[in-house]
Design a protein around this ligand. Structure first.
Ligand code: ZN
Length: 255
């Protein structure tokens, strides 16, 4: 009997450990060959990663999927392809922070297209709701965001909002953005937002001048989609964002 109990201890420890890491005792989702092939054909960021980083990316996408509840809205169900791509967009943004899994956000709600938001009574393509612990996305707009490298990317935009909130809300992975770099970022953002408001043509679209949060989200979209242009137009802002997010998409461009 004692031997039997002793054998159980590592098993229980594994469940407890898994629960702490993912919020679920169910087995983690693993990326199989089909998922990896799908990422390789459909997710440019992953395509460009060196083999070692690809493995890390895969593990992190799997953990993200298994730790979130994906909820279909106005549609039948969420396919594995949707889960893989949405999670890949979160991991793309947080790739410089190995432990950050946007843990505050437990729910990913997916609509087929833009939806009516109860929060501010408007049609939305996406939103992040920290009270409901949810990230909400229109699938149509999510996909379109990744089709063209035009500096508009809904997935990265909403994940960027979630990242800043995750950094602020006290939970297991908060306060990971370096304070000094964040201050430097805010100063640069303020300067560029003022330029946009004054009618100066900048690299960023006008919506970025709405507030700090929107500027960050718009900058993140451009950081990943048009790093060469971003760096040539606003090199200091680009470098600050590299340091803040602990990664440099230009290194992947030149790989
Ligand atoms: Zn936004």
């Amino acid at each position: 009997m004692e031997v039997f109990l002793l054998l159980l201890i590592p098993l229980i420890a594994r469940f407890v450990n898994r629960y702490h890491k993912t919020g679920s005792v169910f087995p983690a989702f693993f990326l199989n060959a089909k998922h990896k092939a799908f990422l390789q054909t459909n997710f440019e960021f992953y395509q460009k990663l060196p083999p070692k980083s690809k493995k890390i990316f895969e593990r992190r996408v799997a953990l993200f999927i298994s730790s979130k509840k994906f909820i279909p809205r106005q549609m039948e169900h969420i396919t594995w392809e949707m889960k893989v791509l949405i999670s890949a967009s979160a991991i793309q943004l947080t790739f410089g922070f190995p432990k950050v899994n946007l843990s505050w956000f437990r729910y990913i709600l997916v609509y087929p297209e833009s939806f009516y938001s109860q929060t501010n009574k408007q049609q939305h393509k996406g939103e992040v709701n920290p009270r409901a612990k949810s990230i909400v996305l229109s699938w149509k707009d999510f996909v379109e965001g990744y089709l063209e490298p035009d500096g508009r990317n809904l997935g990265l935009h909403e994940m960027a909002h979630a990242l800043r909130l995750e950094n602020r809300i006290m939970n297991e992975d908060y306060n990971f953005l370096n304070h000094e770099i964040l201050e430097e970022w805010e100063a640069r953002a303020k300067h560029t937002m003022k330029e946009i408001k004054d009618g100066v043509e900048t690299f960023f679209r006008k919506y970025g001048a709405t507030n700090n949060e929107e500027f960050f989200a718009v900058a993140v979209e451009n950081f990943f989609e048009r790093p060469i242009e971003f760096n040539s137009k606003h090199p200091k802002t680009y470098r600050t964002l590299c340091r803040l997010l602990r990664q440099d998409p230009l290194l992947l461009e030149n790989a």
